[in-house]
Design a protein around this ligand. Structure first.
Ligand code: ZN
Length: 275
């Protein structure tokens, strides 16, 4: 029997194929997707990621002014790949030597893992289905990207906002400008009855259904009190982890990041849940 391809080889090939222009959150999430699929005995490789405008134009020419079959309808600047926000994947045989293009249960499972990490899947598109395609648009449209706007993506993998991200936000006033959304990471749209008062870390800790509502609402926006813990840390106590989730939420939404829940945080949460 042929030897099974190693996880590191899959990651190595995928990183190479994604190119240097890939968004770091897209890249990190793609690697995580490969890892999770591998654990389930699914061998997935990223075949494409960032493409420069020139590369896209070359691809567009194929089957038109250049030999080959038509593979894309997008010219340079018209594909989400041109902004480092999209990837394409394929399944491989266990030995890693053959690409398997059949959209089967395993293929869909990879898409599902991708979606759990914040990707949108081309297989869910209504008009035209692009099964290998995953993207993170950060709530922006292609025309907004073309106009120079860039999304502020938040990785689902890090519970804590890194110092570097904080610096970017305050340094460039991305969120204050109001042009950047974190909408891409919002998938569920439930409504929660949020308290109108102030919630902060107290001694003893404030607890109750009001805190639970805030925790649930934040979690549905992917700001978990404690990702990976039981119930993602939704326990009804306004402790340091919940304050941290509030802080991360505030930071990403142009609010004073003090970890104290109040009217401004409330209305911002409500606004995002409505979208
Ligand atoms: Zn694609």
């Amino acid at each position: 029997m042929a030897e099974k391809i190693g996880l590191q080889s899959l990651i190595h090939r995928s990183v190479r194929n994604m190119g240097a222009g890939i968004h770091s959150v897209v890249k990190e999430s793609a690697i995580e997707m490969i890892k999770q699929a591998y654990k389930e005995g699914i061998f997935v490789q990223i075949t494409s990621g960032y493409r420069s405008f020139a590369e896209q134009n070359k691809l567009y020419a194929q089957g038109r002014t250049a030999p080959g079959k038509i593979v894309t309808n997008a010219k340079g600047g018209q594909s989400n790949h041109n902004y480092g926000l999209a990837i394409d994947y394929v399944l491989l045989s266990a030995d890693g030597k053959k690409a398997l293009w059949t959209v089967n249960k395993k293929w869909r499972r990879v898409a599902q893992i991708g979606k759990s990490l914040g990707f949108s899947w081309g297989g869910d598109w209504k008009s035209f289905k692009d099964y290998p395609h995953l993207e993170m648009m950060g709530g922006l449209t292609l025309s907004q990207l073309q106009a120079g706007k860039r999304p502020f993506l938040v990785s689902f993998l890090s519970n804590e906002v890194s110092a570097k991200q904080i610096k970017t936000v305050s340094g460039e006033k991305l969120l204050a400008r109001g042009s950047i959304k974190t909408k891409s990471i919002i998938t569920s749209k439930k409504s929660y009855t949020l308290p109108s008062g102030i919630l902060k870390v107290t001694k003893p800790l404030t607890k109750g259904s009001q805190v639970t509502a805030v925790q649930k609402a934040l979690s549905s926006l992917y700001f978990y009190p404690d990702k990976g813990a039981k119930n993602n840390g939704i326990d009804g106590y306004y402790g340091p982890k919940t304050a941290n989730a509030v802080k991360r939420f505030q930071l990403m939404n142009g609010l004073t990041a003090d970890g104290i829940y109040g009217p401004k945080t409330k209305s911002k949460i409500e606004q995002l849940l409505k979208k």
